[in-house]
Design a protein around this ligand. Structure first.
Ligand SMILES: NC(=O)c1ccc[n+]([C@@H]2O[C@H](COP(=O)([O-])OP(=O)(O)OC[C@H]3O[C@@H](n4cnc5c(N)ncnc54)[C@H](O)[C@@H]3O)[C@@H](O)[C@H]2O)c1
Length: 344
């Protein structure tokens, strides 16, 4: 059994605790959260009095970091330096150079490091990834993602509305997941145009809308993202178009249930007229969100079997943060060569 410590026991800390218990591979030994003292829901778990108590506990093998964003980078580095395997929620850090510091600590430690890009583990996304990688629909041409939510005044009382705690607004909070999916499917992007707006909520450094265009100059794949917190309802939509067909995912099965049913439409385009019709489309509804259990299990399996982290790795984290960096710096530009693994 892998012995786990959790730092931060809000929504995600609880979600990960349940997933560790479900995995059959790990056991939560200790939790630290400055707010939730004693409110333990996990039987047999010790309540730590500070982060350090978890990091220095020789019995703990792996640490889950589920704190407000500003603690993600320092705690990941500290956990790796303490010889622990680390699983950290997104965002990995506030910028790409911080991810490079984390990667240096990862290399020195020889421990596993995985990031909580849980959307990769949704059933619909795995289906899309398999179809794209199978090559049966030809080359990937373009993707269009819309990810939106509605927030109220209460949101602005939380750490998410404070630049020094969150690192940014809707892009680093939610749009990061759609960007990560673009990267999963397209490999990488080296051309970026971004536009950031704070028109409605008007909080400095906490943007409420981002429009983003991306291109991979070696494959020609283009993608566009609209990430917004002025959608006035929750919305998730990912369209993936290839030479010989398409996949359209509308809705996402989540804990809140507010993004609607996770419905994946797949169709092959016709090579002769007329164009594809609704009848050509196959629709599948994914009724269960297995992403948290699958992702947590994937991490624990890498630890148990000493296998490399293949999805949600620090390289994936670096790629997404390079794009977010460019957008936040207001740079519309071509990125330099990407980290290893090349492009698809
Ligand atoms: N789909 C996803 O992947 C997803 C979804 C939601 C949140 N997240 C990420 O997970 C992390 C946690 O988000 P959340 O929604 O659980 O937030 P939350 O506000 O529900 O919980 C954060 C918890 O951390 C605690 N905390 C604050 N400072 C701490 C410290 N120094 N040490 C330990 N604990 C501390 C707070 O008391 C709180 O209980 C964030 O990085 C967020 O971006 C990821």
């Amino acid at each position: 059994m892998i012995r786990v410590g959790i730092i931060g026991y809000g929504k995600m800390g609880r979600t990960r605790a349940a997933a560790v218990a479900h995995s059959g591979l790990g056991r939560v030994d200790a939790i630290y959260d400055p707010q939730a003292n004693g409110a333990l829901e996990v039987p047999g778990v010790r309540w730590a009095s500070c982060e350090q108590e978890i990091l220095e506990d020789p019995h703990i093998d792996a640490v889950f970091i589920c704190t407000p964003n500003h603690r993600n980078k320092p705690l990941t580095v500290a956990a790796l330096n303490a010889g622990k395997h680390a699983f950290c929620e997104k965002p990995p850090a506030f910028n790409a150079s911080e991810v490079e510091v984390i990667m240096a600590a990862e290399r020195r430690s020889g421990r596993k490091l995985m990031y909580g890009f849980n959307h990769r583990h949704h059933g619909s996304i795995k289906t899309i990834q398999n179809l794209v990688e199978s090559g049966q629909y030809g080359r990937l041409l373009w993707m269009r993602g819309r990810y939106g939510k509605s927030v109220d005044q209460d949101y602005f009382q939380t750490w998410r509305a404070k630049k020094d705690l969150a690192g940014g607004g809707i892009l680093i909070d939610q749009g990061i997941h759609m960007l990560d999916l673009f990267l999963l499917l397209a490999g990488d992007f080296d051309e970026i145009q971004g536009m950031v707006s704070s028109l409605y909520w008007g909080i400095d450094g906490i943007e409420d809308n981002v429009f983003l265009n991306l291109r991979n100059r070696s494959t020609g794949v283009v993608a566009s993202l609209h990430s917004t917190m002025t959608q006035w309802r929750h919305l998730f939509s990912l369209e993936v178009f290839l030479e010989r067909g398409y996949m359209v995912l509308n809705g996402l099965k989540t804990q809140s249930g507010t993004y609607g049913d996770e419905v994946l439409t797949v169709a092959r385009n016709r090579t002769t007229a007329p164009a594809a019709t609704w009848e050509d489309e196959d629709r599948t509804t994914f009724h269960v969100d297995t992403s948290w259990n699958d992702e947590t299990q994937a991490f624990l399996r890498c630890v148990a079997e000493d296998r490399p982290v293949e999805t949600g790795s620090s390289t994936d984290a670096l790629r997404v943060m390079r794009i977010i960096d460019a957008v936040y710096r207001g740079e519309h530009y071509a990125l330099k060569a990407s980290p290893s693994q090349g492009t698809r």
